[in-house]
Design a protein around this ligand. Sequence first.
Ligand code: ATP
Length: 402
Amino acid sequence: MSANAQIFTLASDADFALRNAGALFQLTGTAPGSASESLSARRIVVAMSGGVDSSVVAALAAHSGAEVIGITLQLYDHGEAVKRKGACCAGDDIRDARAVADRLGIAHYVFDHETSFRESVVETFADEYMAGRTPIPCIRCNMGPKFVDLLTMARDLGADCLATGHYVRRIMGQHGPELHRAIDPARDQSYFLYGTTEAQLDYLRFPLGGMEKPVVRALAEHFGLKVAAKPDSQDICFVPDGDYASVVRRIHPQADDAGDILHAQTGNVLGRHRGIIHYTVGQRRGLEIGGLAEPLYVVGIDAARGAVLVGPRAMLAVSAAHITETNRIGPLPADVPLTAKVRSLAKPVPITLEGDFGDGAPATIRFAAPEYGVAPGQAAVIYAGDRVIGGGWIDSTEKAAV
Ligand SMILES: Nc1ncnc2c1ncn2[C@@H]1O[C@H](COP(=O)(O)OP(=O)(O)OP(=O)(O)O)[C@@H](O)[C@H]1O
């Protein structure tokens, strides 16, 4: 596409969003075509992180003519976050959210959620690492502080809906609202939102799921928001510069206890490791064991013995994953084949499902072909095409014969 054509698309997409802002926050009844379907929300609570995405959501909500209330949760240590750049949810970010709200002329409240965030997200994150797992705190955060606490606040404030800047789409289906991948694959956050319940989805709005990021930035400029050029937030908001070990260490000082690297097949001691929290199933780099006849990978972590287990790549092949605390969003499709994503950056692969999937029940995902590097503690998210069917936490795996 030529630069001019790109600018034109950007402008027309942004213009389309502006002209249809009301539709982005529509009050859809559970039955498509119901009388309430065409009503626009009159009072909208926007979850404002101080980043460009949720700022644009607030601006679009205000532009729709609704009364808008912005809420920012202070999630972790203020002082510490202010010191580093790109930190979210504290210090500068709270100020940015407030400045955007002032510019838009909307109400804005900040709530201190440090204690519940520490207990429900940060400590679980550290405990999971110590148990030899590879956790994803953003999913726990979406399940707790964002979609339970914020949602309760929004309802208490009499809002018609709660809108966030997540890149996912909420589409009205035959049986109610469905969760779908974002239009922009590079931005899609559906993996992190599989735990959204049907009741939550009914009330949530994700106006950015149908937009590409440059359009969102163009809208921020249009609205004169000072965050228009603000860099995207980093992966895990409370982890400074990707140094997750420092977070685990603060809660579990023994996090760096060294131990043995064992060959998973022979039991031989091949070397020493720097603490199990530094290793993930599937990892090859950083093992620092020399003189090997074949490359070795981390194939398991034995937290009880404080050992890292290594083996050849074939040992990573998995035929099934057992998942727990499953959530299902809407009915299983009768005619669309299922796929699953077992890491946030993995490609979805064909699967079949066994067990009563949903409502917290355990289930099994059987891979059509051996899958490599499936790490306990990660989430398995199940899709039917672009639709998110739900998912669960990977608890254990079955080795495949390869
Ligand atoms: N501290 C917070 N308080 C209130 N809402 C939040 C907070 N952090 C995140 N959110 C909401 O969750 C959404 C997704 O959060 P995420 O951390 O993925 O941010 P993001 O995609 O970088 O968006 P943004 O540009 O708005 O920060 C945000 O767009 C916002 O609506």
